[in-house]
Every structure is written in structure tokens, then in C-alpha cells.
Write a protein that binds this ligand. Structure first.
Ligand code: NAD
Length: 368
């Protein structure tokens, strides 16, 4: 009898685990909601597992791949971002790793859009007013006003899957769009949006025709009322245009003092100390964050300063946290399904065993 395929999952991913077990895989799931210590992951890998299911909380580097030298065939990441996995190490040890792109695109984009509206229209502050029984009168401008999103100009930094999906939402709100991406300009998409803007205008849905264009980074920050960030985390040496601290004192100062920043990408893309200062000193009007330099957000983070609470929305890395997006076992709908399918493709040798043909494998270059 052939040896059973063994898998360790660093966290529960729902019914997709049963799906793997039904295929005859022996699957062990780390039983706690927090990430396992790295030493435990190394120990499990060393014990001879074939597949490892990871989340963005697990650091997967040479130490893990060395431990898996004898048996580890695949790492299946439950996320689209994979900055926790050392790609060069994976390639050196010839271990393919997969991710769950596409299935979380719309959920993440709509969450970014909702964060933008919540921030600009001061919904959190307004609800607090009501709940704390501070709503004493209706008044034209007291105790505060928000800013409209409709008809404003938004800069989209990173025009990959989520950036494009975010723009689709903005079109419905008659927004002008400034696009910036140093590596990928999708002019066919821009043309499509222009056609939709033209139609909305010619049929009388809007008075003013909205526009969209690619511009340099500085121009995008300078001219936008809202800036939404949709880049991967790329550190120095990982890209010609790294994104680590892309938003810092210098670049935050390029934004209008009335503008808002929304970050659903990765925490280290924004220098949090600089952002806290920008909010305290009113260089910008506000920020909404879903991701942080350290997660969970530390108790002493300057972003928790009560003095900036009215203009700083803080979400718990929640943008993809919608039921179907997270847990559907359908690989075309859910991260769980896509994560399991990525694992199965490698372990069952689908696509003739050629990892370069497997759709969810990221590091194809390591196998050419
Ligand atoms: P993608 O690879 O399709 O798009 C990323 C785009 O960023 C690419 O077009 C790339 O060229 C561009 N880019 C790279 N460096 C840049 C730079 N210096 N400046 C501007 N653009 C740059 O990825 P995606 O599927 O759109 O996901 C984007 C990121 O969003 C992921 O890497 C992940 O970190 C993050 N994300 C977060 C959540 C969440 O829950 N908050 C959910 C999903 C994804």
C-alpha cells in the first residue's frame, strides 16, 4: 500500500479540510486561532509532511524548507499576498508555493471602497455621537461635516487585480481616476472605463463626464482627494520599485491637506509613525487602515491616539473577511477552495506534474 499523503495546516480553513480528508489525505490542523510558533511549524515539516497550508502569519523561509528537504512538496498559502514566504528560498529548495488570487479581489476592493466612504462621511464618529447620547440638535454644520465621495478624484496606487476592481466601484460613484503602477499599465481597461463614462454622460446619468488616466506617482498623490493603495509588499532588493514605506513623511506631504488615504494592501507599505504625525498635524484629512506594520495592532500604537480618532479608521485585517470569499470550497469562489486545489494540483501531479502549468502556483520561475 502506498504511503498516505500527509498535510499540516497552520490554521483551520473550514470544510476544505474535509474535502482533503475525503481524498484520503491525512490532514492535521493546528487547533488554536493564533498562529503556531515557528518552531512547531519546523517540527511538523521535519516529521515528513508532503504539504503545508499557511496563512500570512507564518514566516516560511530557508529554515522551514531545510526541515522539509526530504518530503515537503508544496506550500499552499491561504491569501493572495505572499510576503511571508521567502520566494528565493522556495526556489532554491525547489518547493512550489500557491496562493489564492482572484477569489478575494471583489471582496477586498469593495471593503476598501466602504472604508473610503466610512472615513470621508465620518460614519464611525457620527454613530458614536448617537450611541453616546451626544446628539443634541440637528444643525447645518455642527458638530462636524464629512466629505462627499461622489464626483471626487481618487488615485489608485497599484493597478493589478484589486486596484482594477476598486476602480470599477468608483465608476458607479462618478469618480475621476488617477492610476499609478510602475510595472503594469492596463490601457484596455482605461479605454473600457472611458466608454462607460461616455455612456453615463451621453445618457444623462451624470452632468459632468468623469475621466481616468495613468499619471506619475507624485502627480497622483498631488491631485487626488482620495488615495487607495493596492500594491504587494516588496522590500528593498525584491523589486526595482519597492513598496516598503512607499508612504512616508516625504510622500504623505505630497497629498492635499483635504485628502484621505486608504490602505488595504500590507501594513509596511505605510510608515505608521509618519502617518500618525500627518494626522496629528493635519497634513492630510484622514486615513483608513486595514493592515499594519505589526499585527495585531500593538496597544501603544500611535495610530490609537484619541486625538486623531475622528479621522483614523482602524480595521483588523478584515478586507477579504466575507463568508463566501473566505470559506467556499469552490476554487472559483473561495480562498479555502482555491488553497485546497492548489495543494491538490501539486500533490496529485495534475497538469502532467508540470508546476509551470498549474494556475495557482506563484514561483513558476523556479521550475523552468
Ligand atoms: P496584483 O499582483 O494583481 O496587483 C498588484 C499591483 O501592484 C501590480 O500591478 C504591480 O505592478 C503593482 N505594483 C508593484 N510595485 C508597485 C509600486 N511600487 N507602486 C505601484 N504599484 C506597484 O495583486 P492583487 O491581487 O491586486 O493584490 C494586491 C495586494 O493586496 C496583495 O499583494 C496583498 O498584499 C493585498 N491584499 C490585502 C488584503 C486584505 O485583506 N487587506 C486582501 C487581499 C490582498
Amino acid at each position: 500500500m502506498s504511503k498516505r499523503i500527509r498535510v499540516f495546516a497552520t490554521c483551520d480553513i473550514g470544510e476544505a479540510i474535509d474535502l482533503l480528508r475525503k481524498r484520503g489525505y491525512e490532514v492535521e490542523v493546528y487547533p488554536h486561532p493564533e498562529a503556531p510558533p515557528k518552531s512547531l511549524v519546523v517540527e511538523k515539516v521535519k516529521s515528513g509532511i508532503d504539504g503545508l497550508i499557511t496563512t500570512l502569519r507564518d514566516v516560511i523561509d530557508a529554515e522551514v524548507f531545510e526541515a522539509g528537504k526530504a518530503t515537503l512538496k508544496v506550500v499552499a498559502q491561504f491569501a493572495v499576498g505572499f510576503d511571508n514566504i521567502n520566494r528565493a528560498d522556495a526556489n532554491r529548495y525547489k518547493v512550489p508555493f500557491t496562493h489564492t488570487a482572484d477569489v478575494l479581489t471583489e471582496a477586498t476592493a469593495e471593503f476598501a471602497f466602504f472604508m473610503m466612504g466610512t472615513l470621508a462621511r465620518k460614519m464611525w464618529t457620527a454613530e458614536h455621537l448617537t450611541r453616546e447620547n451626544q446628539w443634541g440638535f440637528w444643525h447645518p454644520y455642527l458638530p462636524f461635516l464629512g466629505d462627499e465621495v461622489t464626483g471626487k478624484t481618487v488615485a489608485v496606487i497599484g493597478t493589478g487585480r484589486i486596484g482594477l476592481a476598486f476602480m470599477k466601484k468608483c465608476v458607479g460613484f462618478d469618480m475621476n481616476i488617477l492610476c499609478y503602477d510602475p510595472a503594469y499599465e492596463n490601457h484596455a481597461f482605461v479605454k473600457t472605463i472611458e466608454e462607460i463614462n461616455e455612456l453615463r454622460h451621453s445618457r444623462g446619468l451624470v452632468k459632468e463626464k468623469a475621466w481616468i488616466k495613468y499619471v506619475p506617482f507624485e502627480e497622483a498623490l498631488h491631485d487626488a482627494d482620495f488615495v487607495s493603495v493596492h500594491v504587494p509588499l516588496l522590500r528593498e532588493g525584491e523589486s526595482a520599485t519597492p513598496t516598503y514605506h512607499l508612504f512616508n513623511e516625504e510622500t504623505l506631504k505630497l497629498m492635499k491637506s483635504t485628502a484621505y488615504l486608504v490602505n488595504t494592501s500590507r501594513g509596511p507599505v505605510v510608515d505608521e509613525a509618519a502617518l500618525a504625525r500627518a494626522l496629528r498635524e493635519n497634513w492630510i484629512a484622514g486615513a483608513a487602515l486595514d493592515v499594519y506594520e505589526q499585527e495585531p495592532l500593538p496597544a501603544d500604537s500611535p495610530l490609537r491616539d484619541p486625538a486623531i480618532a475622528d479621522r483614523c479608521r482602524l480595521m483588523p485585517h478584515f478586507a477579504s473577511a466575507a463568508r463566501i470569499t473566505r470559506l467556499s470550497t469552490d476554487p472559483d469562489k473561495g480562498m479555502a477552495g482555491r488553497c485546497a486545489q492548489g495543494l491538490i494540483d501539486v500533490l496529485d501531479g495534475n497538469y502532467g506534474g508540470d508546476v509551470t502549468k498549474m494556475p495557482y502556483v506563484v514561483n513558476k520561475e523556479g521550475f523552468k
